[in-house]
Design a protein around this ligand. Structure first.
Ligand code: GLA
Length: 731
């Protein structure tokens, strides 16, 4: 059993995969953290608790059993504000008195098989791929009446624990949550590096690694979206940790809105991590008997470096977060018309692209922005989700039938959460966007954001989208989101709930996604936000693939996809071959390299197929064929980052190994030519005793030779050139 309770010592023990997590109820009900790391045999490791106390400067609660026990110096399971722990706190409850001192004590607990759904929130789930047991510890702040249930689900097949918190007001007076993070983790050391992923539009998830410093360091978003700028994911690892060695702790928040992960190193060189909803512009009014549930954090522990940490997330998110038939089904290779035509298309133009696509083996045409309302540029019509029949020279069904007749599926673009001031919807409902009465409404890309906390807004979107989606044979929806939230106020909420709008917006978004994915279970949803501006686990719950970046330059994508791979599996990273010179960077890259890089994801094309030469068309046929051949390795195998483009700005390499270790796909990309250089790359994850055949040259190598001595790459690698090699075990 992954979860055990030692009644005499009041110790909880969770074994998730080969990791162990231990906590203890102590000192008149305080819940103290004892251990998180590699599997250990003993439950009672309370001898690990430090005996340092900052004398008079760390308050001693009168209810302690003995000695110099202070909340300020002991590792907490869920840190509270104002009652003697001066470090960063996960919870702060404001009582009717106006005071925010919050103190939790153990009341009861329960352990059960499986994992409960989180109300209104996406979360990991259990199935035959990985079962879990759940521990719920009920804590109570007796003065305020805040009852706090700390939930921990330990997965059996993975070193992963999913945590969330539910706060219920058991008093008769209203309480105000001022902060309600999803977790605290106290670790009795601080010699860590912090790895996080920052960026901007067309440059998402850049890898950054820095030593922790004393004090608080914070990664966050207050844009109303998980954002291009910071991903809700961080790693703490040994300073010496590599891809294959060292301890690493991952923290991944299943949430798409304002988040924060705060890390504090205290005066005793202990580290505290809290992660959850960003408390900036957040307050939640809890009336008597009402509850608030935080989003889920998934922590992963690895004793064997960053590669294993990433693979654990990949397996878990692929099978226990993504859902629906498209989780496992082979995704269609698509061609998207955005970079081919932008807004300048009509039915015939799309059909001409589809004709070429069909000849080349491409399986779906996606009609991007510009098919609705009166939208021929980005100045108008968001919200008017009615087919522009004059642009398409007929109704949508006629167009879809023409595409389907060519043997292609049909997909469509939406940006449901937005409203253009120039639109029929805005004329009818100027109050439906987020706004603060009396203030100007700031636009982004000439658009405003709908108030997703309103049910009438969501009903309108569900109804108008349902009409289109059920009018014809639509196989795919690209769900875009092209600006962040400003003037965040809602007309329907009272003054005392205006600070809830950011979170209510996200709950509304999830509600609409839940309704649509339930009503249209066979449609493949793809997330998007100006590229990868909302690439987070919560969106993956509804859409098993997300457009990784608006930057389609193959060399830039090596960096973006490298950063994204630390937590998100390749099956979730949408990646397309686009035109050269590239539209974002102007860089010229070979067709082969564009294909090799895009193949490390949910593969497709984003260029005008009508303008290709015969050689390029032949290469597409080969790439389509290769992608089908490698699909199971890329999507269900193990991913290895071999050479980082951040550490070595001249080239990078990665590898996939099939589940049975009988196949491997190796890709090498030269970013900047190195004159007269011989490249060696060591492969990983192979069976050392098996013989692998390089299917291109016929050369044979034992797995241990490829892993320990490496592979010498022949040839001259100019800027932006690449090779992909497919190895198969000799039978
Ligand atoms: C965003 C997306 C693009 C495209 C445009 C359409 O930028 O990331 O892929 O869909 O919107 O306006």
């Amino acid at each position: 059993m992954p979860i055990k309770y030692n009644n005499s010592k009041k110790i909880f023990r969770l074994d998730a995969g080969s990791s162990t997590y231990i906590m203890q109820v102590r000192e008149n009900g305080y819940l103290i953290h004892l251990y998180y790391g590699s599997y250990i045999s003993d439950d009672d490791v309370s001898h690990l608790l430090a005996n340092h106390v900052n004398a008079a400067f760390s308050p001693l609660p009168p209810s302690r059993e003995s000695g110099l026990f202070s909340l300020d110096t002991q590792p907490q399971e869920y840190s509270c504000n104002g009652a003697g722990d001066f470090r960063i706190s996960a919870l702060s409850v404001k009582m009717p008195s106006g005071n925010t001192a919050t103190e939790l004590k153990y009341k009861s607990h329960r352990i059960y098989d499986g994992k409960a759904k989180l109300e209104g929130l996406p979360a990991t789930y259990v199935n035959d791929d990985s079962k879990a047991q759940t521990l719920e510890i009920m804590m109570l702040d007796s003065l305020s009446g805040a009852e706090v249930v700390l939930a921990y689900s330990a997965f059996t097949a993975h070193n992963a624990i999913a945590r969330s918190v539910k706060i219920t007001n058991t008093s008769k007076d209203a309480l105000r949550l001022q902060r309600a993070y999803s977790m605290t983790l106290d670790i009795p050391r601080s010699d860590f590096d912090l790895i996080h992923f920052h960026g901007k539009h067309v440059a998402e998830r850049k890898f950054e690694r820095k030593s922790l410093i004393h004090g608080i360091q914070s990664i966050s978003s207050k844009r109303g979206s998980s954002s291009h700028n910071h991903n809700p994911f961080t790693i703490l690892c040994d300073k010496t940790a590599t891809e294959t060695s060292g301890e690493a702790f991952g923290f991944s928040l299943v949430y798409s809105g304002n988040f924060a992960v705060d890390v504090e190193v205290d005066c005793f060189d202990y580290t505290r991590v809290i992660m959850g909803i960003n408390p900036t512009d957040f307050e939640w009014l809890l009336e008597s008997d009402q509850s608030f549930t935080t989003p889920e954090v998934v922590t992963v522990y690895s004793a064997n470096g960053l590669g294993e940490l990433s693979q654990t997330y990949h397996h878990l998110y692929r099978k226990n977060l993504c859902k629906g038939p498209w989780r496992d089904a082979m995704r269609p290779i698509l061609v998207n018309n955005w970079e081919a035509t932008y807004f300048g298309f009509d039915d015939d133009k799309l059909v001409r692209i589809a004709e070429d696509a069909a000849n080349l083996g491409i399986e779906m045409l996606v009609m991007d922005d510009g098919w609705f309302g009166n939208r021929n540029d980005d100045n108008s019509s968001l919200g008017d989700w009615f087919v522009n029949e004059s642009k398409l020279n007929g109704d949508l069904d006629s167009l879809v039938k023409r595409i389907n007749a060519l043997g292609l599926k049909f997909g469509i673009w939406y940006e449901p959460e937005m409203i253009s001031p120039i639109s029929k919807l805005y004329d009818a409902h100027p109050d439906w966007c987020l706004h603060v009465n009396g203030r100007d409404r700031s636009t982004g890309r000439q658009q405003l954001v709908l108030d997703m906390s309103r049910k009438d807004v969501r009903d309108y979107l569900f109804d108008t989208m349902s009409v289109v989606l059920s009018s014809t044979n639509i196989a795919y929806v690209k769900w875009d989101f092209n600006r962040n939230l400003s003037e965040v106020g809602s007309d329907l909420l009272p003054v005392e709930r205006q600070q809830e709008v950011f979170h209510r917006y996200i709950l509304g978004l999830y509600d609409l996604l839940e309704r649509l994915t339930t009503a249209f279970p066979n449609i493949l949803f793809e997330g998007c936000s100006g590229g990868g501006g909302r690439f987070d686990p919560a969106m993956l719950y509804y859409s098993p693939q997300i457009w990784t970046s608006d930057n389609t330059d193959a060399i830039e994508r090596c960096f973006i996809q490298y950063g994204t791979s630390f937590v998100y599996p390749s099956s979730t990273m949408s990646a397309h071959v686009s035109a050269s010179p590239n539209h974002q960077t102007g860089r010229v890259t070979s067709f082969e390299t564009r294909g090799n890089v895009a193949m490390a994801g949910a593969f497709g094309y984003e260029l005008d197929l009508n303008h290709l030469n015969d050689n390029e068309k032949a290469l597409i046929k080969k790439q389509v064929n290769d992608y089908h051949k490698y699909y199971h390795i890329i999507n269900f195998g193990d991913f290895y980052r071999l050479i980082s483009p951040y550490e070595n700005e001249r080239y990078c390499a990665w590898e996939y190994v099939s589940e049975d270790k009988n196949e491997a796909l190796f890709t090498f990309v030269s970013i900047r030519v190195v004159i007269n250089h011989t490249y060696f790359v060591k492969l990983r994850g192979l069976d050392k005793d098996k013989i692998y055949i390089d299917t291109e040259t016929g050369a044979e190598y034992h797995g241990d030779t490829l892993m320990n001595a490496g592979l010498r790459l022949n040839g001259w690698f100019g800027d932006g050139t690449s090779i992909a090699k497919y190895f198969k075990v000799k039978v």
